[in-house]
Design a protein around this ligand. Structure first.
Ligand code: PLP
Length: 910
C-alpha cells in the first residue's frame, strides 16, 4: 500500500516537472524579476540580474499609471493611519466589522461612479470572480454572455454550471446574434471590459448598452484599466460616456491607476446587499487594511482634484505614439493608453524582453499564452506621467533597433573571410538571438589580381571596396572586413564602422622542417613575404634570431600572394623555405570546425617563430575584424553600436590614425602596435616612413619633470646586483613541452641539455638573441612585458602551451609563479654586492628604472626619499604599487633607453 502511494507521488512529481519543462521549452515559463522599487527614482528601479549584479532599469510595464503609489498625499494618508490604527484590519468584515476607513472608501467609490453603493474586495480579481460566481450560483438559469478576450478573473467567475456564450471580441453583431437566440424571459448578463488590458482595444460600450436594453439584459463591466484615467473626474470610460445608470455592475481596482491595493464592485444598493450577503469570497476573507482604504480614498480625491496628472499622462502617451510612428514601429491599442507590439512568437518575445532589460535597462513584460492566444505574443508598453521625454526617446531608439527578424552580412569568399563572416554571425546571434543572419559573398579586386604584387597597382582597398559597394547597392546590410585592409579614407569616411573582434596582432614566420639542416649548411633561404613592412622589419630580425650553427644567415625575401591556405601550400611544396603571415589569420582558421583539420594538416612538420611586437611591429589594426554599414540603415547601425567593442575600436582607430602620420597605403614599411599591460595603454610606431626616415616612437610620449640630471637616471641592471647560480635539485626535471626562459642566467650547460628538445620561449628579444647564439630555436618571446602578458598568446590554438610551460627564473620570481600554480624552476638567485661607489650612485639617483622587483626589494632601505621610480607595466609595477610607489611606466626597456637618450640630448643642449 505504502509502495503504491510512493509510486503515485513520484508519478505526480514527474508530471509536475514535465509540465514545467514544457513551459520552459515553449518560452512561456514565467520568471519574475527581482526588483527594488523607489519613491524617488520612479519609474527607474534597481534589479538583480542573472549574474547577481545590481542594475538600473526603467519600468515600461507598470500599471501604476499615474504614479500615485508614490504620491506624497497618498503615502502621507497611509502612514498616518498606520501610526494611529496599526497595519492589518484584524479580521473579516463579518468578525472585525467595517472600520470608518472601509465605509468612507466605499462611499467615495459609489459617489465617484454615481451608484448607490460599493463593496470592497481584496483585489479586482477577487471582485470579478466572487461577484460573477455568486450571481451564477444563486441564479441558476442566469446566462453569461462574455467577450472572448475577457480577463482570467471573469473566466474563472463564470466557470460554474450556468450556461454561457462567448462572443467574438468587441463584435456587437455576434453579440446580437447570441442575444436573439436566447428566449427573452431567461435572465442574462453581458460581461465585458471597457479597456482591454493587453490589446489596448476599447469596447463599443454604447452599442453593448443599447443591445442590453433591447434584449432586457443585465450588464457587468470591468473598468480595471479605465478607472482613474478616463472621464471628467477620472471614474472611467462609463463616466466619460455618461452611462452610469445604464450599466448594472462596475468593477474596478484600487491597485492600478489608484496606485494602492484592492478591488471593488459598485452597483445599486440591492445588488451590493445581495453580493455582500452571499459571496463567500467577500465574507470569508480578512478585509483590506484601513491604511490602504484611506490611501486609496486620498488617491481618488487626488485624481478628481488634480486633472493635470492625467493630462501629463496622456501627453506622454501621445509623445510615445508619435515617436513610434516616426520610427515606423507598428503597434496596436491606438484607442486607449496601452501600447502593444505584437511579435507573434513566445521565444522571440522573451529574447527581446531579456535583451532590452539586460542590455538597455528597459523593462517590458513579454505577454505570452494563455494571456494572449498563441501567435499574438507581444510586448505590452505602458507609461506614466513620470516618464521623461529622454526615457521615451531611449525606449523608441532601442525598439527601432531590435524589432527586426533578419539581417544580411557580406564579405569576401576566401576561407579566412568565411571564418570572419561566421564569427560575425555568431557575435550578432549571441546578442540578438532572434535575428536571422543571412551570409553573402562577393569577389574583390584583390582576388582578381591573385598573382600580382598589389603595390604595383594603382589605388587602395583592394580587398574591401567591392564589399563596401554592395551596401550602397542594398545587396546587404553589413559588410565584414579585415580592418587592416581598409584604407584610412574609407574607415574614417562617411559610413559607420564597428570593431567586433581582434585576434593576435603579431606576425608569424613559418618554416619547413628541413630549415635546421639548411641553416647548418649555411645556404640561402627563400622567405615569402607580401609586404614592404615584413620585408623591412622581419627579414633583418630573422637574420639575428635564427640559429646559425656558426654560419652567416643568408635570407632572400621573395614575394608571395594568395590566400593563407594557398601560401601555406606553396611553402609545403617547397617553393619557399619560410613564409611570413599574420598570426591572426591562422589562429582564426584553427578556431573553426570547418577548416581546423585542413590547417592542422598544412602546419604539420613546420617550425614556427612568433615575431616580436617591437622589432617586427604589426600592421595597424592587424588581426581585427571591422563591420560596416550605411548610416541610413537604422537597424544595421543599431546592431553595429551594440556589437562594437569600444576598446578594440579605440585602439584600432588610434593605430590607423598614427599610421596616417607616417604614410598609409600598400607601401607601408612600418608597423604600429598598441601595447596594453595592466591598465596602461601605449602605441609604438616602428619602421621606415614615407620619406625613408626611420621611426621609433612611443605614444603618448613620457612627461617626466626636466629637473633630473641625466647622470642620475639609472637602470637597476647597472647596479651591483649579481646572479648567483643555484644548482637545480636532481628532482628538478622539466616535464612540460615548453620552457619560458626569463633571463639568460637561467641557462647553464646542464639546463641547456635539458631544454634542447623543448619548445623555447624567451622573456624578450635580448634573451632570444642570446639563446640563438647558443643555436637554440626560440619560438617567440614575451616582448619584455612579463610572462603574464603572454599567457593569452600562449593559449591560442596555434601554440596551445598555456598549461604546458615551465618558467625558468630567479629564486624570488619562481616562488611567486609557483604560488600561481605554474611549474617554475629557480636557476639563479639575485644578490646585492654592496660597494662604496655603487652606494654613492644610489644616493645621487633621481630616477631609477627597475628591471625586476627583486632589485628593489634588496636595496629598498637605502634609496633616496624623493627617488622617481620607473619600470615596465607588468608584475614589477604591481609589486611596487603594493609598497605605495606609483612608478612611471615605460612600455619596454627599449623605450626607456630611447627616452633616456633623448632626454640627455635635450638636457645637455640646454
Ligand atoms: N481585470 C482586468 C481586466 C485586469 O487586467 C486585472 C489585472 O490584471 C484584473 C481584473 C485584476 O485586478 P487586480 O490586480 O486588482 O486583482
Amino acid at each position: 500500500m505504502e509502495k503504491k502511494t510512493q509510486i503515485q507521488k513520484s508519478n505526480l512529481l514527474h508530471l509536475v516537472e514535465s509540465k514545467l519543462e514544457e513551459l520552459k521549452q515553449n518560452g512561456s515559463y514565467r520568471q519574475f524579476i527581482n526588483i527594488q522599487k523607489s519613491t524617488t527614482n520612479f519609474p527607474e528601479f534597481q534589479f538583480i540580474d542573472k549574474r547577481g549584479n545590481t542594475k538600473n532599469a526603467v519600468n515600461w510595464c507598470t500599471n501604476d499609471y499615474l504614479a500615485l503609489s508614490i504620491h506624497p498625499h497618498v503615502i502621507q494618508a497611509a502612514s498616518a493611519i498606520i501610526q494611529s490604527q496599526g497595519v492589518g484590519s484584524g479580521g473579516t468584515r463579518n468578525i472585525s466589522g467595517s472600520t470608518a476607513a472601509h465605509l468612507s472608501l466605499e462611499n467615495t467609490i459609489a459617489a465617484w461612479h454615481k451608484k448607490e453603493a460599493a463593496l470592497l474586495f481584496n483585489s479586482a480579481y477577487q471582485a470579478n470572480l466572487t461577484t460573477l460566481a455568486t450571481l451564477g450560483r444563486n441564479i441558476p438559469d442566469l446566462i453569461f454572455i462574455s467577450d472572448e478576450e475577457n480577463h482570467a478573473s471573469i473566466i474563472e467567475g463564470i466557470r460554474g454550471h450556468n450556461k454561457k456564450y462567448i462572443f467574438r471580441h468587441n463584435d456587437v453583431y455576434h453579440l446580437e446574434e447570441i442575444l436573439k437566440s436566447i428566449p427573452s424571459e431567461i435572465p442574462k448578463i453581458i460581461v465585458f471590459e471597457s479597456v482591454y488590458s493587453i490589446s489596448g482595444t476599447l469596447a463599443p460600450i454604447q452599442q453593448i448598452v443599447r443591445l442590453a436594453n433591447k434584449y432586457h439584459c443585465h450588464t457587468y463591466i470591468d473598468e480595471v484599466h479605465g478607472v482613474g484615467l478616463y472621464g471628467p473626474y477620472g471614474a472611467g470610460k462609463v463616466e466619460e460616456l455618461g452611462l452610469e445608470t445604464e450599466i448594472d455592475f462596475i468593477n474596478g481596482t484600487l491597485s492600478k491607476a489608484i496606485g494602492c491595493f484592492g478591488g471593488y464592485i459598485s452597483a445599486s444598493a440591492k445588488w451590493i446587499d445581495f453580493i455582500r450577503s452571499f459571496a463567500s469570497g467577500f465574507i470569508f476573507t480578512t478585509s483590506l487594511p484601513p491604511s490602504i482604504c484611506i490611501a486609496a480614498k486620498s488617491s481618488i480625491e487626488t485624481i478628481i482634484n488634480r486633472a493635470e496628472i492625467r493630462e501629463k499622462f496622456f501627453k506622454n502617451v501621445e509623445f510615445l505614439r508619435r515617436s513610434l510612428n516616426e520610427k515606423n514601429i507598428q503597434y496596436t491599442g491606438k484607442e486607449t493608453h496601452i501600447t502593444q507590439i505584437v511579435l507573434g512568437n513566445a521565444v522571440t518575445c522573451k529574447q527581446i524582453a531579456d535583451y532590452l532589460l539586460n542590455q538597455a535597462g528597459i523593462y517590458t513584460q513579454p505577454i505570452n499564452f494563455p494571456t494572449v492566444p498563441k501567435g499574438q505574443e507581444c510586448l505590452r508598453i505602458t507609461i506614466t506621467p513620470k516618464h521623461s521625454f529622454d526615457q521615451i526617446h531611449k525606449l523608441v531608439f532601442h525598439l527601432g533597433g531590435v524589432l527586426t527578424d533578419s539581417i544580411s552580412i557580406i564579405g569576401r569568399a576566401s576561407m579566412l573571410s568565411k571564418a570572419q563572416l561566421n564569427l560575425s554571425n555568431e557575435i550578432i546571434k549571441k546578442k540578438f538571438p532572434w535575428i536571422k543572419v543571412v551570409i553573402k559573398y562577393t569577389d574583390t579586386r584583390g582576388d582578381d589580381l591573385q598573382d600580382v604584387p598589389l603595390h604595383t597597382q594603382e589605388g587602395s582597398d583592394f580587398f574591401t571596396d567591392r564589399v563596401s559597394q554592395s551596401l550602397g547597392a542594398h545587396e546587404a546590410d553589413i559588410a565584414v572586413h579585415s580592418l587592416k585592409d581598409l584604407s584610412n579614407e574609407h574607415f574614417f569616411g562617411k559610413n559607420k564602422f564597428a570593431v567586433i573582434d581582434r585576434d593576435e596582432v603579431r606576425d608569424i614566420a613559418i618554416f619547413n622542417e628541413d630549415i635546421t639542416d639548411k641553416l647548418k649548411k649555411g645556404i640561402i633561404l627563400k622567405i615569402g613575404t607580401c609586404s614592404f613592412r615584413r620585408e623591412t622589419l622581419a627579414i633583418p630580425f630573422l637574420k639575428e634570431v635564427l640559429p646559425g650553427f656558426g654560419n652567416e644567415i643568408l635570407l632572400e625575401s621573395a614575394p608571395i600572394r594568395g590566400n593563407i591556405d594557398t601560401r601555406l601550400q606553396k611553402l609545403s611544396n617547397k617553393e619557399y623555405d619560410g613564409i611570413i603571415l599574420a598570426f591572426a589569420g591562422i589562429n582564426r582558421m584553427l578556431k573553426t570546425n570547418e577548416y581546423k583539420d585542413l590547417f592542422q594538416d598544412l602546419l604539420k612538420n613546420k617550425k614556427i617563430m612568433v615575431l616580436p611586437l617591437f622589432e617586427c611591429t604589426p600592421a595597424p589594426a592587424q588581426g581585427a575584424i571591422a563591420v560596416e554599414c550605411l548610416v541610413s540603415n537604422p537597424t544595421a547601425s543599431y546592431i553595429l553600436d551594440q556589437i562594437n567593442d569600444s576598446f578594440l575600436f579605440e585602439t584600432c582607430a588610434s593605430e590607423k590614425k598614427l599610421a596616417g602620420k607616417y604614410g598609409a597605403g600598400c607601401i607601408q614599411k612600418f608597423g604600429i602596435s598598441f601595447v596594453k599591460t595592466n591598465d596602461h595603454i601605449s602605441y609604438y610606431a616602428h619602421g621606415i616612413d614615407q620619406h625613408e626616415n626611420s621611426i621609433d616612437e612611443w605614444y603618448p610620449t613620457q612627461e617626466i619633470k626636466n629637473t633630473i640630471h641625466p647622470d642620475n637616471i639609472l637602470h637597476s641592471d647597472d647596479l651591483g646586483f649579481i646572479a648567483e647560480r643555484i644548482n637545480l635539485r636532481s628532482s628538478a626535471y622539466i616535464k612540460t613541452s615548453a620552457v619560458f626562459v626569463s633571463h639568460i642566467s637561467s641557462i647553464d650547460k646542464g639546463m641547456e641539455a635539458q631544454i634542447q628538445s623543448k619548445i623555447i620561449w624567451a622573456a624578450g628579444t635580448a634573451t632570444w638573441k642570446k639563446l640563438a647564439a647558443k643555436n637554440i630555436w626560440v619560438q617567440g618571446c614575451a616582448d619584455s612585458l612579463g610572462f603574464e602578458n603572454s599567457i593569452s598568446l600562449l593559449q591560442t590554438p596555434l601554440l596551445n602551451l598555456k598549461d604546458d610551460i615551465s618558467i625558468l627564473t630567479n629564486e624570488e620570481s619562481a616562488k611567486r609563479w609557483e604560488s600561481e600554480k605554474y611549474p617554475a624552476f629557480s636557476t639563479y638567485a639575485i644578490h646585492y654586492k654592496s660597494e662604496l661607489i655603487d652606494r654613492y650612485k644610489i644616493k645621487c639617483a633621481q630616477l631609477l628604472f627597475w628591471s625586476c622587483f627583486a632589485h628593489f626589494d634588496l636595496i629598498k632601505d637605502i634609496l633616496p626619499d624623493d627617488l622617481i621610480h620607473a619600470c615596465l607595466p607588468g608584475k614589477t609595477s604591481e609589486l611596487l604599487k603594493q609598497h605605495g610607489i606609483r612608478p612611471i611606466l615605460f612600455p619596454t626597456i627599449k623605450s626607456f633607453y630611447q627616452w633616456k637618450k633623448k632626454y640627455s640630448q635635450v638636457h645637455s643642449a640646454a
